[in-house]
Design a protein around this ligand. Structure first.
Ligand code: GLA
Length: 401
């Protein structure tokens, strides 16, 4: 009997260890990642400046928390004992000191690695070193790991990500685990028990709807990304998010396009990871990134990913149910010229069958708030009338009266 109890105890310990860290990323993670602007040209001063900018520019106050170093932070080879080493030229004080700096500002620290033998930029990958690397991250007080998929040969994705998840669990420091295999192996089908977010496509690039070829792979404009994955919204929710990639707000699109990008990522409950140089960000870019009303749609506690409702006269209408019977609605002008919106709330029934929620405009009145202009726009008793510039958005929140 004693032996049986002991065996059951061991089994329970094993089961508990082979689970991801619970209760992390209950709302979509918010932060900054170095890749979109700096690629491997990263260093200690830059990261400290970004941490300072989080405080000085009101980004921390708006909810941004994680500062994530992407590819290129380590030396080209592992150390004598197979350990990862921070590049001493780029990070002379070491990763633990950098983590301490970030933590001293009340922020969290993330790193990047890869399931393959090498990262995408050719630095040491974690294959065969998963548990060792997880211990290294724990010793540096890392809070977030983005884990990529280059140089993986015939590895099975789910198994490879489970190995790293278990390594992180064994190292005992809670880490948000960000799966980055570009949607190739449909992580929305298996990612929930493995990580806290998973990329749904290949890399983003700052354009409206372009495809940028790089030989054997492409990067994608925002509308290519939005339209690439249909029917996966049910996979997303508190603790397990569809990740539409790091944002390109402030990286070259027009202000209207940046608003559309931010408003759509918010409506998708996608992680909001900034990818611009915060030290050089314009007032207009910061106004978009720190818009608390839009962010509150993204961070809504129900964590429901929005969906496409219809297209009327080149205006895309996307919808997201919110807590307290609220709704977020994005009206996006897909054309390049100005459009007049005249939306009759009674014309089409708005509802979300998957969560059994309906906008009951016949029974109730909803107050309408323009989230980018921060203005009240009356109620659903009347048609919603507005001018929307080309490639721009009217994002509204409906609140039951
Ligand atoms: C892949 C990822 C990017 C970035 C680079 C780094 O392309 O999808 O987000 O991490 O690798 O090399």
């Amino acid at each position: 009997m004693r032996k049986l109890t002991f065996l059951l105890f061991i089994l329970l310990i094993n089961v508990l260890q082979s689970q991801k860290f619970d209760n992390l990323a209950q709302t979509p993670p918010m932060g900054w990642n170095s890749w979109n602007t700096f690629a491997t040209d990263i260093n200690e001063e830059l990261v400290k400046d970004i941490a300072d900018a989080f405080i000085d520019l009101g980004l921390k106050d708006a909810g941004y928390e994680y500062i994530v170093l992407d590819d290129g932070w380590s030396t080209r080879e592992r150390g004598e004992n197979g350990e990862l080493i921070a590049d001493p030229k780029k990070f002379p004080s070491g990763m633990k000191a950098l983590a301490d700096y970030i933590h001293s500002k009340g922020l969290k620290f993330g790193l990047y690695n890869c399931a393959g033998s090498k990262t995408c930029a050719g630095y040491p990958g974690s294959r065969g070193h998963e548990y060792q690397d997880a211990k290294t991250y724990a010793s540096w007080d890392v809070d977030y790991l983005k884990y990529d998929w280059c140089n993986t040969g015939k590895l099975n994705a789910e198994e490879a990500y489970i190995t790293m998840r278990d390594g992180l669990k064994a190292a005992k420091r809670p880490v948000v685990f960000s799966i980055c295999e570009w949607g190739d192996n449909e992580p929305w089908k298996w990612g929930k028990d493995v990580g806290h977010l998973w990329r749904v496509t290949g890399d983003i690039t700052p354009c409206w709807d372009c495809e940028l070829g790089h030989g054997n792979w492409s990067s994608w404009g925002i509308w290519k990304i939005i339209n690439m994955r249909k029917g996966i919204r049910e996979a997303s929710g508190p603790g397990h998010w569809n990740d539409f990639d790091m944002m390109e707000v402030g990286n070259g699109m027009t202000q209207g396009e940046d608003r559309v990008h931010f408003g759509m990522w918010a409506l998708f409950a996608s992680p909001l990871i900034m990818g611009n140089d915060l030290r050089a960000a314009s007032k207009e870019t910061l106004e978009i990134l720190t818009n608390k009303e839009v962010i509150s749609v993204n961070q809504d506690p129900l964590g429901i990913q929005g969906f496409r409702f219809m297209n009327e006269n080149d205006i895309e209408i996307w919808i997201k149910p919110l807590a307290n019977d609220g709704w977020a609605i994005n009206f996006v002008n897909m054309s390049e010229s100005k459009k007049e919106l005249n939306y009759d709330w009674k014309k089409e029934h708005i509802g979300d069958n998957t969560v059994n929620r309906n906008l009951e405009v016949d029974k109730f009145t909803y107050e309408i708030r323009d989230l980018f202009k921060k203005q009240d726009l009356g109620t659903t008793k009347n048609n919603l009338k507005a001018t929307i510039e080309g490639h721009d958005i009217l994002m509204v929140k409906l609140k039951k009266k």
